[in-house]
Design a protein around this ligand. Sequence first.
Ligand code: NAP
Length: 245
Amino acid sequence: MMLNGKTAVVTGGSRGIGRAVCVALAQAGANLALIYAGNAEKAEETLQMLSEYPVQAKAYRCNVADFEETKAVITEIHKSFGSIDICVNNAGITRDKLMLSMKPEDFSTVVDINLTGAFNVLKQVYPVMAKQRSGKIINISSVAGLMGNAGQVNYAASKAGLIGMTKSIAKELAPRGICCNAIAPGFIATDMTEAFQDKPEVMNAIPMKRMGKPEEVAALVAFLASPMADYITGEVIRIDGGMAM
Ligand code: NAP
């Protein structure tokens, strides 16, 4: 129970990696404020899973791409929980197509949610953690942000942007003892990658010959959020079965 009494904000906590992150942090004793875009049923399912643990948990509907909405929700979370000790920027979408057919709104929508969304959350969380002189920020990037990917100009740009944001915030907040790291998952079995599951060309690209599980990413988040990782900051950790090495 290394995170006993800590409060974590997890965006995109209704499904997939975000849900597994919520469960892993609750297992370690953290209270959870999870943010979702609109899937109230899935958010409720996550809350049901969290009710197995002796922690507080609440779900908030919020479009992280909207600055004012995000400001109001994070302010409410801070008021209701009393602190924000861990922030996991995990909300994300894809809108894959080759550049030739990618419309400006395909680009801006993905960047607005995946990258500006993290900025909007951190704009509120940053002063809270800076004042506390403690905190852990974990941004969920992607191997696409490291390697690029055909059909993902928008997504890869947003995920590479998150890495630059991670390192900049790490430098700004290190003197206050706050760690900011990024995780770059490869193929993880969630709704987002449903179309790729069991595709031979995908398996061939992964040295370990299988997709990752959301719980495997969540275990890494829980480690980075814990005191065991107090001297790790500005790092990007791949979790991809060897795909991007
Ligand atoms: P997912 O199953 O599609 O879940 C996406 C989550 O993000 C949902 O909880 C969704 O809420 C939330 N969300 C979407 N738009 C939002 C918005 N505007 N405001 C607030 N929340 C929003 O995705 P996933 O596979 O778990 O991916 C999670 C993160 O890992 C993403 O950032 C993704 O890019 C990254 N990642 C995933 C993989 C992979 O292989 N799966 C690989 C590398 C990186 P609703 O349920 O309400 O829609």
